[in-house]
Design a protein around this ligand. Structure first.
Ligand SMILES: Cc1cc2nc3c(=O)[nH]c(=O)nc-3n(C[C@H](O)[C@H](O)[C@H](O)COP(=O)(O)OP(=O)(O)OC[C@H]3O[C@@H](n4cnc5c(N)ncnc54)[C@H](O)[C@@H]3O)c2cc1C
Length: 550
């Protein structure tokens, strides 16, 4: 690596490089089950540095075997996308600036944390409505590369919908602009006799030849982060060819993303939440379908294990909220203590409605309460403003992080953490899912985006114990088979990475996965971008890199 670093510096690389043991330790992990120790971490200062890095990798590939690049922004990936064994490139140290916001458009560098970005957009009354539950930790680059979604995705969709242009560095080391092209622009690109021309020619041919099969392969769910979004690239009817949609969700396997151009929205000014406490979840599936009839803005939930953890580790919330926020949370929860004293509910549902006036919102929330009364639920609480509803939202958003940080004897094992099943099937699906969780004796929390049928099942396991580890493959197979038997997706937002990449064939079949692999080869013929993820992953490799240190 010394020779590589020397070459990189003499090529004018302006950022820093670091191979100290502490740095390599830190970058060996993200929020997944896996551990990959890099040989070098680099901190580029600008797009030219990204080009210099890719050029240096291309020049040294023959002398340094398996030289490759893993992009990393805030490192909160749950599928192992942000770790690699060669060079990790950190975008958060320097490439973290907001360029500008104008007319519902923002241009921002990938390493900017979402929470900072949101401060700037809200100051102009605008919002990127696809923030994940990890909104306090994640960056906008990781949101794009994983195609993140969150509590507002039920109403506003996922990150892909808001990406209008991406400035990228591709495998030839050059900078390119990706944006929607019309037929004439596409033809001009295809006529170029260079790497970019090759990409447009080859990909257009692939998408034309397999047009119907690709459109049919699109998962029939409201959220999907698996595979490559080939179905959203080329539209024969409109004649639009849009590579941004392929890069969204590609986990850094096709190239490096620099500046991102987002479309923003003006959020509805008022919102309120009906909080529902359920002691018995037998009717959950039916309730979900009933709630969805009224098209709530968001519909989130978490279970009794999550609630208990939030209570047990209450002081933890000071980290995110500060002392003032913690005290406010405590006071707001006092009235709920009475309900909780009667027994911990099995599930808490948060059903949000938005509107242009406070009255409109209060009326919608109340109407939902009346509609749910026949279910004879434990308790319902009408919070006609976002401020009042905030207390349980915080628990929902922080649930996974709380598990990661606080439960010391066991570890979060995200391997069935992001399944999606079309909501009409949930009454049948959920009891079967519970049976599998019981069968493998998985102490799991369940939280998620009910409205999309997107559930985060997070078992707590002693993953260093071989007997526990041996449960991963069979439990995952049973859950995946069940999800797929209902036409679902294995990931709504956390992506494939090392954990679900090996199951892509089970979900899409060999032919579609071969189209994904072909796409990867078009962009990255020498596999220099994030190997062992998505279509390049294998169960053997992933399982031999289960995290050893916590
Ligand atoms: C507590 C917790 C809760 C979560 N809740 C949600 C949720 O509700 N919804 C959701 O969608 N996700 C959730 N996640 C997963 C994760 O936070 C999101 O996917 C987030 O968008 C990742 O952002 P990041 O900046 O941490 O990306 P990273 O982890 O750094 O990277 C994610 C992927 O993007 C690639 N990448 C990063 N930057 C670039 C770049 N500049 N160019 C090319 N590729 C790049 C990486 O290689 C990696 O494959 C959660 C995670 C945690 C820990």
């Amino acid at each position: 690596m010394e020779q590589f670093v020397g070459g990189l510096k003499s090529a004018g690389f302006e950022g820093e490089v670091d191979a100290s043991p502490q740095t390599l330790d830190f970058y060996s992990h993200d929020a997944s089950l896996f551990e990959l120790r890099p040989q070098l971490v680099v901190f580029p200062k600008n797009m030219s540095d990204l080009s210099r890095l890719v050029n240096a990798v291309n020049q040294n590939r023959d002398s340094i075997p398996n030289l490759n690049i893993t992009a990393r922004s805030a490192g909160t990936c749950m599928s192992g996308g942000a770790i690699g064994e060669s060079i990790v490139v950190d975008f958060t140290k320097h490439l973290n600036q907001l360029e500008h916001i104008e007319d519902f458009r923002a241009q921002v560098q990938p390493g900017m944390l979402y929470r900072e970005f949101e401060k700037a957009t809200l100051a102009r009354g605008l919002l990127l409505p696809t923030f994940p539950a990890s909104r306090e930790l994640a960056s906008v680059g990781g949101m794009v590369a994983n195609s993140a979604g969150g509590e507002k995705s039920l109403e506003y969709g996922k990150t892909a919908r808001y990406v209008k242009r991406l400035d990228v560095v591709l495998a030839d080391g050059r900078n390119y602009i990706l944006k929607p092209l019309n037929r004439q622009e596409l033809e001009r690109k295809k006529n170029q006799r260079d790497f970019e021309g090759d990409i447009y020619r080859k990909l257009h041919e692939l998408l034309e030849t397999h047009y119907d099969a690709i459109k049919a392969a699109k998962p029939k769910v409201s959220k999907n982060s698996t595979g490559y979004n080939l179905w959203d690239v080329w539209d024969r009817t409109t004649g639009i060819f849009d590579l941004t949609q392929l890069f969204v969700g590609s986990q850094g396997t096709l190239g490096l993303i620099g500046d991102i151009h987002f479309r923003l929205i003006r959020d509805k000014p008022h919102s309120g939440v009906l909080t529902v406490f359920m002691k018995n979840i037998d009717q959950l599936g039916e309730i979900i379908n009933t709630v969805l009839e009224d098209k709530p803005a968001s519909f989130e939930a978490f279970d009794n294990h999550t609630l208990m953890l939030s209570m047990k580790f209450f002081p933890y919330f000071r980290k995110t909220l500060g002392w003032k926020g913690l005290i406010r949370l405590g006071f707001q929860l006092l009235p709920d203590a009475l309900i909780l004293l009667k027994g911990i509910p099995k599930m808490v549902l948060l059903i949000e409605f938005t509107g242009n006036t406070a009255e409109e919102v209060a009326q919608k929330v109340h109407a939902m309460r009346l509609k749910l009364e026949p279910f004879k639920l434990e308790a319902m609480e009408e919070d006609s403003t976002e401020a009042k509803a905030w207390k349980f939202r915080i628990m929902r958003r922080e649930s996974f992080n709380l598990l990661r940080k606080k439960v010391k004897d066991k570890h979060t094992a995200p391997f069935i953490d992001d399944l999606v099943v079309p909501p009409p099937h949930l009454p049948e699906f959920l009891p079967k899912l519970r049976d599998i969780v019981k069968k493998y004796d998985l102490l799991a929390t369940l939280a998620g985006h009910m409205g999309d049928g997107n559930f985060h099942v997070i078992p707590l396991m002693k993953i260093e114990d071989p007997a526990e580890r041996a449960k991963l493959a069979p439990a995952m197979k049973e859950v995946n088979d069940l999800v797929l038997s209902y036409g679902g997706s294995l990931s709504g937002e956390h992506n494939d990475g090392m954990i679900r990449g090996p199951w892509l064939e089970a979900m899409y079949g060999k032919e579609t996965v071969e189209l994904f692999r072909h796409t990867k080869r078009i962009f990255d013929p020498n596999n220099i971008f994030n190997p062992h993820k998505k279509t390049d992953s294998s169960w053997e490799f992933s399982m031999s890199h289960i995290r050893q240190s916590f």
